[in-house]
Design a protein around this ligand. Structure first.
Ligand SMILES: Nc1ncnc2c1ncn2[C@@H]1O[C@H](COP(=O)(O)OP(=O)(O)OP(=O)(O)O)[C@@H](O)[C@H]1O
Ligand SMILES: [Mg+2]
Length: 365
């Protein structure tokens, strides 16, 4: 799966980018990174329910942006708006330099989309599905076959190429769906929960594919429920909840923002743990008490973590206590997510007062 052919993620879009792009300041005024996506105040209402509530988004070209959020947060709605499948109620966006509302056809030819729910034809074979999509992008019969074969090989589907899709496993379907989204070698790819329901090995393969695409210059916006996935792939992460961006930054920035590191100590005997907790809490104060769980002593560390950890170890030593192991746990992206989105489940649109005439299939014409 690592061997994605150069053409898969190549920048050879057939659509010239005619409009000047937005840019991100990167410290060098002469070489600013162009933005693949720039959205301002994006909003979507379903009846009286607001699914996306004034979202701003800036995704530099050649990067992976991870959109994280609990079920119902509005991730798929954002993707569907940015891919022209759903008209925003308000706001504006530029996608690969094209105005989302005024030039939706140009946006469409610059992007690939692999949706949360696969859109392949179950009764066709994998190869037939790919050739069909290749045909739709305007390739000739022979080029369709070549492109389909390249993608089948890249996504380890060559052996299953002649099998009808209803006989595919979940992982094979996902790979086929992703392959289809890349038929036109788009410079910007939207992946809505690309690895949900996949086994760990297949998930790793998908991650390799995404990394291969980005290595070849593509930009990827992915939504995910897996924090590990965002941590591994995304250059920047936006956490959305109730349709609003509640935190944004690199994985490290988000982890730093949410909390401190923890010093984790183990001792030879439970009695030592108890004594250690008393000694450490006397040092750090009741506001940040040490605690014991599962045979470990946890000490919340302040910003100046290394000095505080040293103080703790010196204090223990003075009392004749020697830990068996010492480690520092950084906050995980999981703890960031939980800390920021800890609330009752998002209300569903179906709980909201009766919807007006908004429909699910309101594409941007
Ligand atoms: N066509 C629609 N009509 C009415 N409500 C909708 C429609 N599409 C989405 N919603 C509602 O908007 C909210 C956001 O949905 P969305 O699918 O964007 O969430 P999500 O973050 O992708 O969730 P998940 O993680 O479950 O995929 C939900 O409450 C959903 O029920
Ligand atoms: Mg979704």
């Amino acid at each position: 799966m690592k061997a994605v052919p150069a053409s898969v993620g190549a920048m050879s879009t057939t659509t010239p980018i005619t409009q000047s792009r937005g840019t991100v300041p990167d410290g060098s005024p002469h070489d600013p990174a162009p933005l693949a996506i720039e959205a301002r105040g994006l909003r979507r209402r379903f009846g009286s329910f607001i699914a996306v509530d004034g979202l701003d988004l800036r995704v530099p070209e050649g990067t992976v942006y991870g959109l994280l959020g609990p079920n119902g947060a509005g991730k798929s709605t954002v993707v569907r708006m940015l891919t022209t499948l759903l008209r925003p109620t308000a706001g504006e966006a530029s996608v690969m330099g094209h105005d989302l509302l005024r030039e939706p056809h140009r946006v469409r030819s610059a992007i690939g989309v692999a949706g949360q729910y696969a859109s392949v034809d179950e009764n066709l074979t994998g190869a037939e599905n790919l050739r069909l999509f290749a045909r739709l992008t305007g390739l000739s019969g022979r080029d369709c076959r070549t492109r389909a074969d390249e993608l089948l090989a890249a996504f380890a589907l060559a052996d299953a190429a002649g099998k009808q899709v209803h006989g595919y496993s979940g992982g094979m379907r996902r790979r086929l769906d992703l392959a289809i989204s890349l038929v036109a070698a788009p410079p910007l790819i939207f992946l809505d929960e690309p690895t949900t329901g996949l086994d760990p090995r297949t998930r790793e393969q998908m991650w390799d594919v995404v990394e291969g695409l980005v290595a070849r210059g593509a930009t990827v916006l992915l939504t995910t429920q897996y924090l590990e996935e965002a941590d591994r792939l995304a250059d920047r992460i936006g956490i959305i909840d109730h349709g609003r961006m509640i935190a944004e930054g690199t994985a490290d920035e988000l982890k730093d923002a949410v909390g401190s590191s923890t010093l984790v100590l183990t001792f030879p005997a439970p009695a030592d743990e108890e004594r250690a907790v008393r000694i450490i809490t006397a040092l750090t104060g009741e506001d940040a008490p040490a605690s014991r769980t599962a045979g470990r002593v946890h000490v919340p560390l302040p910003e100046d973590a290394s000095a505080a950890a040293t103080d703790v170890l010196v204090a223990l030593r003075e009392e004749g206590l020697a830990p068996v192991s010492v480690s520092v746990d950084r906050p995980s992206l999981d703890s960031v997510f939980l800390a920021l989105t800890r609330h009752d489940p998002a209300p569903d649109a179906h709980d909201a007062p009766a919807a007006d005439t908004d429909t699910d299939t309101e594409e941007i014409a």
